[in-house]
Design a binder for this molecule. Structure first.
Ligand code: NAD
Length: 266
């Protein structure tokens, strides 16, 4: 089996990287950055997001596991003290693989420029670089509303505990192949109106955002943030691809939610 380790690059994460690498090499596994079967991410959720994007071209072949060296993460849910147990389980292949839905993001441009495609593990958000964002929201090619406000965010189920939650989104169990649109500070009065509630869309639906005022937008895909110029439309769909996590012990989603947001004293 081939493995790779992504570190947040702080002292503790780098020390654990060396420890885990030594153990796994000792068990006869091969350290391979190009074609790993399993990627250990040591740091936080952000470190795992980086690892996901590094290997997003081979999601069917690479599984991920996250160790947190700060507070408990949603993807980084193993403690540093558990590293020995973890590497033994990896070496013996004693783990299950669970899959979570992803978000397909397509950005179409005016003129002849080719569309760009991204995969998001958490979410994609759209903001205007200067003025109020004004976008028409189309659901399955039908006009739904004209949004005016700070921005819009489309999240995956596993991203529902991240940015989407801060926008008032619902927490969605990752077994539901869906995506959720949340508003950021929409302008609502007698003249301008949006639905005002997060929308949870199933995997056969498509959401298209069409610019009304100005063609340049800040678009985020997880931790990546880029200015896109001359945007014609942004399309969101639940991806046919899925991310695979190696699960060594049960750690149910709602327990992770409770431990992260309520308290972790059992
Ligand atoms: P970061 O290091 O600032 O991470 C932000 C926080 O988000 C961290 O505490 C991390 O643990 C948490 N997080 C990431 N994914 C999560 C998930 N699926 N569930 C629960 N918490 C999660 O920034 P980064 O490392 O570059 O991470 C990018 C992510 O930060 C984005 O995908 C977005 O979800 C999140 N974010 C949140 C806000 C907000 O809540 N207002 C704003 C911007 C970005």
């Amino acid at each position: 089996m081939r493995f790779w380790i992504q570190s947040r690059n702080d002292e503790l994460s780098n020390r654990l990287l060396l420890e885990a690498k030594d153990y796994l090499l000792g068990f006869g596994l091969i350290f391979d950055e190009d074609e790993p079967d399993i990627v250990l991410s040591i740091g936080g959720d952000g470190t795992l997001l980086h690892a996901f994007h590094k290997y997003s071209h081979r999601l069917k072949k690479t599984a991920f596991v996250g160790i947190h060296t700060g507070h408990l993460g949603f993807y980084a849910d193993w403690k540093p003290s558990e590293i020995e147990k973890l590497v033994i389980s990896i070496a013996r292949k004693e783990y299950d693989v669970i899959e979570y839905p992803l978000l397909d993001v397509t950005i179409n441009y005016q003129g002849d420029r080719e569309s760009l495609h991204y995969l998001a593990l958490n979410e994609s958000s759209v903001k205007s670089p200067d003025v109020t964002l004004v976008m028409d929201v189309l659901l399955n090619d039908k006009h739904f509303e004209r949004f005016r406000g700070d921005g819009l965010c489309m999240s995956t189920p596993s991203g529902s505990t991240a940015y989407s939650k801060s926008n008032g989104g619902a927490l969605v169990h990752p077994s539901l192949p869906s995506m959720q649109l949340t508003e950021m500070a929409s302008i609502n009065n007698r003249v301008f109106r949006t639905v005002g509630s997060p929308l949870v869309l199933p995997d056969h639906h498509k959401c298209i955002l069409k610019p009304v005022n100005g063609p340049d937008f800040m678009v985020t895909v997880d931790h990546l943030q880029l200015l896109h110029e001359d945007v014609k439309s942004i399309e969101y769909e639940v991806s046919s691809e899925r991310v695979r996590f190696a699960r060594f012990r049960p750690f149910p989603f709602w327990k992770r939610v409770r431990d992260s947001f309520i308290d972790n004293n059992d």
